[in-house]
Design a protein around this ligand. Structure first.
Ligand SMILES: [Fe+2]
Length: 338
């Protein structure tokens, strides 16, 4: 029943789950892919250079479960004296909201899929448990990608979701055909590769300033681990196709006629044009977190983003779990063959 609900609605919320242990959270997450057992990003090589490194603390006795949040935590689940840091857009975006406006205004930090996108297959499900949530206020999330800026009123520290099925449905017939027939190549070690790059103001992909790290400065690359995935992924319950691309990690597009677009600026412009309609305010679900909320989301059917900025004394503590999948997502051709 939970499986059907999740793949039908993409985001499912259970209230009052503070009693759930880290082990129980892992076991629930693992139910969706019992052959998968390791954390979705594995043990990231050269973790200090990865942009994911500062935001995650691994629970020692349950390494598939990570602690994320904001502020100082003296002790939790075997971790002691940990300093959590809610990602702030100023550390990742090319421009940022002025400090004087930072309390009232915010941005989507980074629209993404939870996935290593090199070697390991994208997790099917991510679970998030809110253990501590600072008292609520709202912020105005600005897109700042057009003038006047679209905006969305959001609860402080919301997690924002948008459906990949909606995104595909919004495309013109020609763009839809392009999306259904194109494959997306991801950069090797993408979170190190992009570590010097900066995001668009709407959090939906990177600006192109030739700041990606050269491949020979990355950890060793095994070509067999580079991922070229369909641009559209099939829902295992509804059979629907959704446009599912990690906009920051993409590096090339493989077209149906064999053409490979490898001009990074062009690749990013195309992907942004296809995905931008799907993050319009009316299509975003911004969850209003309460302590004890356990959110399951279909990581292959939504993009999600951290949003907001906390003060140092606003302590937030979450547990996050996903597992690298035992198989890759199906694309459109599976149905054609069926
Ligand atoms: Fe995430």
């Amino acid at each position: 029943m939970i499986r059907t609900a999740l793949f039908t609605h993409q985001v499912v919320i259970f209230k009052n789950q503070l009693h759930a242990s880290a082990k129980a959270q892992f076991e629930l997450t693992n139910r969706f892919d019992s052959a998968a057992t390791s954390y979705g990003h594995g043990v990231t090589l050269d973790a200090k250079r990865s942009i994911l490194h500062p935001d995650l603390k691994t629970i020692p006795h349950q390494p598939q479960v990570q602690v994320i949040g904001n502020g100082f935590i003296p002790s939790y689940e075997g971790l002691t004296n940990i300093q959590l840091r809610h990602p702030h857009h100023r550390t990742f975006h090319a421009t940022s909201i002025p400090d004087a406006d930072d309390r009232d205004y915010t941005r989507f930090y980074r629209w993404h899929i939870d996935a290593a996108l090199y070697d390991l297959a994208p997790p099917v499900v991510t679970t998030l448990l809110a253990v501590r949530v600072p008292s609520g206020r709202t912020q105005t999330c600005l897109y700042e990608d057009s003038s006047p800026s679209p905006s969305l009123q959001v609860p402080l520290g919301t997690t924002a979701f948008t459906s990949s099925y909606t995104t595909l449905s919004l495309l013109s017939p020609s763009d839809k055909l392009f999306a259904l027939t194109t494959r997306v190549e991801y950069a090797p070690h993408p979170y190190i590769w992009m570590s010097q790059s900066r995001s668009r103001a709407d959090g939906l992909g990177l600006l192109s300033t030739n700041s990606e790290l050269p491949l020979d400065s990355l950890p060793p690359i095994d070509p067999s681990k580079i991922q070229i995935l369909p641009m559209c992924w099939r829902n295992p319950v509804t059979n629907e196709l959704g446009l599912q691309v990690h906009p920051s990690a993409v590096c090339k597009l493989h077209l149906a006629d064999g053409t490979v677009i490898d001009d990074l600026a062009e690749v990013r412009e195309i992907v942004h044009r296809l995905q931008r309609p799907g993050i319009a305010p009316e299509f975003v679900y911004a969850h209003d977190w309460e302590e004890g909320d356990l959110v399951l989301f279909h990581n292959r059917g939504v993009l999600h983003s951290v949003v907001g900025a906390f003060a140092d004394d606003e302590v937030r503590l979450f547990r996050q779990c996903n597992v690298a999948a035992s198989s890759f997502p199906e694309g459109p051709e599976a149905a054609v063959a069926a």
